[in-house]
Design a protein around this ligand. Sequence first.
Ligand code: 13P
Length: 256
Amino acid sequence: MTTPGIRPLVAGNWKMNGTLAMAGALVSDINGRYRQAALKADLLLCPPFPYLAAVGGQLTGTGISLGAQDCHTGASGAHTGDVSAQMLADLGCRYVILGHSERRADHGESSALVAAKAKAALAAGLGAIICVGETEAQRNAGEEKKIVEYQIIDSIPAEATATNAVIAYEPVWAIGTGKTPTPADVEAMHRHIRALLVTRVPGGAGMRILYGGSVKPSNAAELMAVPEVNGALVGGASLKVEDFWAIAEGAAKSAA
Ligand code: 13P
């Protein structure tokens, strides 16, 4: 087990990819495999907003969870183009990904904003998957632990607990690049995050810490077996059923 007592979570972040037809085919394939597998891991699919209702319909009663990729800080109001956490909960979402590095970079999201979004998500009954991770320059400068530490301290709202929040460590330089940290580097960072969570979050010893960034079938078993890695946040490989399934099996095996 990578952390005794923690069941792995394997989440697919589809980002802004796919079509309605592709979503339907992908989810029906995953459902079919999940039904027959008795996997020792929880699965979560996070499609783009417009496909949430359709994918949620397909996932009803399967045991696989639905999640979104962002939400607003407010419950409702004049925020053209935004979506509230309560709306996501209405659609059957269990989780929402917050503070992904692509949102931090593309939309200038600060950790304070991420914390406010997470607070709104928790108030709506959603689980918050809070993303953190250093850039290549920050790692080259030896600052990765400090950067991630600040991001965690500033992005986690006071209401977070081990059961309603998840941390995803995603080094920015590993996202979509095919590059990954070594298992030793992943272990060092996840142990650092764990130590921080234990001191800052109720039940922090039992909070899930996912790894994300170029997780593939070829590296999943190795990465998922690293101590304090409690699952994966998967981007590109979550769009191919064989790849996503192989990663889920890798995570499940590490917890067996
Ligand atoms: P890739 O798996 O495509 O590197 O993306 C990781 C990610 O950003 C998941 O949120």
